[in-house]
Design a protein around this ligand. Structure first.
Ligand SMILES: Cc1cc2nc3c(=O)[nH]c(=O)nc-3n(C[C@H](O)[C@H](O)[C@H](O)COP(=O)(O)O)c2cc1C
Length: 305
């Protein structure tokens, strides 16, 4: 068991270290076989909806140079199953849990967030940026007024849990969206979700994904995630930010911390190597040993810039 000395604080919640798993890329059953989840800063669960969702038809993933395009479509067994199974299991293992919330309509999100009130979830991450659903997701996160109204309603529903919104990179000005979320009461921002992409099968001439397009994640989006975190940090100097997108080793995690993130999440890289979040947390510990000024800021709940 590794002892972590470089903790961070995200919206008042202490994390052992700045590394979390990203939503949709962490499977409790699988990951317990690879590492002790209590050693991570936090684990983020797959988006949870009011009732079970089947997700999109297959094929749902297409490999791409430096990334993966997925159209899983928020498949999950629903909030009641989550509250009875996944959440208690993760808490029993000692994890700090970020519950990702999915919805097609504002009422969907409200139902889930209401059920999570007084649950042991440490933080909620509201997915307002999924490109793989026909309604909800991206259509909310690209409109500041709709997003403001949703977060205001969710804040009224659940006073207890700290919330962040997983925000879309494909907007004209992400700072307007970020401000709408924080003005409405989001305690933190998770930046960024995937970007819309596709692949085409050159034998059939048809899209590879059954859903035609999907969300591009992985190293290809690293520079985009960094630029968005940098921009939002400049506009909102005091808002906690979780940096996401293309992190594939401790140095790329460090880039996000220097861009102004309080912590980071690892997504597609963990699909290729389930051990990656743990390995990156260990390697980041050494890099932070060598950077005491950055480590001290993170431990105090502050950021590099
Ligand atoms: C297969 C897959 C499923 C995902 N499911 C969700 C989800 O349910 N909710 C969400 O907010 N983001 C979801 N995401 C987005 C990730 O949490 C993350 O924001 C994105 O993949 C960028 O990080 P990465 O480049 O490290 O993968 C998913 C990503 C992948 C690859």
């Amino acid at each position: 068991m590794t002892t972590y000395t470089h903790s961070t604080i995200v919206a008042g919640i202490p994390w052992k270290n700045p590394v979390a798993t990203a939503s949709g890329t962490f499977l409790a059953e699988a990951s317990t076989q690879y590492y002790d989840v209590s050693e991570l800063g936090a684990v983020t669960t797959k988006g949870v909806s009011p009732i079970p969702w089947e997700g999109n038809p297959s094929p749902r993933t297409a490999e791409s140079p430096s990334g993966t395009v997925n159209s899983v479509g928020l498949q999950n067994p629903g909030i009641d199953h989550y509250l009875a199974n996944d959440l208690p299991q993760l808490k029993q293992l000692g994890a700090t849990v970020i519950t990702n919330v999915a919805g097609h309509t504002p009422d969907d999100y409200i139902q889930v967030v209401k059920k999570l009130d007084n649950s042991p979830a440490d933080m909620l991450e509201i997915n307002v940026s999924c490109p793989n659903v026909n309604a909800g997701g991206l259509s909310i996160g690209t409109d500041p007024t709709t997003l403001y109204n949703l977060i205001t309603d969710l804040r009224k529903t659940n006073q207890q849990t700290n919330s962040s919104s997983n925000s879309p990179p494909t907007v004209t000005d992400i700072t307007t969206i970020a401000k709408a979320a924080t003005d409405a009461g989001a305690d933190a921002l998770s930046l960024i979700n995937t970007l819309i992409g596709m692949r085409i099968n050159t034998t059939t001439g048809q899209p590879i994904l059954a859903n035609t397009t999907g969300g591009l994640s992985g190293p290809a989006i690293l520079p985009i995630g960094l630029a968005n975190v940098w921009k939002v940090r400049t506009a909102l100097p005091h808002t906690p930010i979780i940096g996401i997108g293309g992190i594939h080793n401790a140095h790329t995690a460090l880039e996000y911390l220097y861009a102004g993130a309080n912590a980071i999440e690892i997504g597609a890289t963990a699909l290729l190597n389930p051990q990656a979040p743990h390995t990156i947390a260990q390697e980041l510990e050494t890099l932070l040993d060598q950077r005491p000024a950055l480590a001290a800021k993170l431990a105090a709940g502050e950021t590099w810039r």
